[in-house]
Design a protein around this ligand. Sequence first.
Ligand code: ZN
Length: 150
Amino acid sequence: MAVEYFKGIPIMRPMVDYDNQGFWEAVKNHKLVVQRCKDCGTYVHPPRPCCPTCNSFNKEWAPASGKGQIYSWVTVTYEKVGYPGMMCPHSIVLVDLEEGVRVLSNVVDMKPEDLYVGMPVQVVFEDLAPDLTLFKFKQIKGGKAKKGKK
Ligand code: ZN
């Protein structure tokens, strides 16, 4: 099951700013990237002006594998508290990427009751409008849950 949207209600869009525009440009091209400090190598997400480890402003966009595991999630079942325009139920997941950062997204091709902590997932991209692509996650079939590496 993918997230379904009500027709006629505008889909909420990410707020693109100076710090995250490289991230969203990559998503539009069906690529996932993570901000990385060029001085100490720390991966940073969400993107920000400077490195939280060494305070450097010297950063780059590093390709991400797109693989990770579910850290946690919430399933929205009541439309008045859900994201405007998104049909219920839909799940909002926190995914720990292999790069060591945590991202917030949705899932596709999964029922909410099938989600579990540690589920191995892979990024997918959905073109929702000519100028709107979002990244979501699907289960890696046959993948095994891994213990946290932090
Ligand atoms: Zn740094």
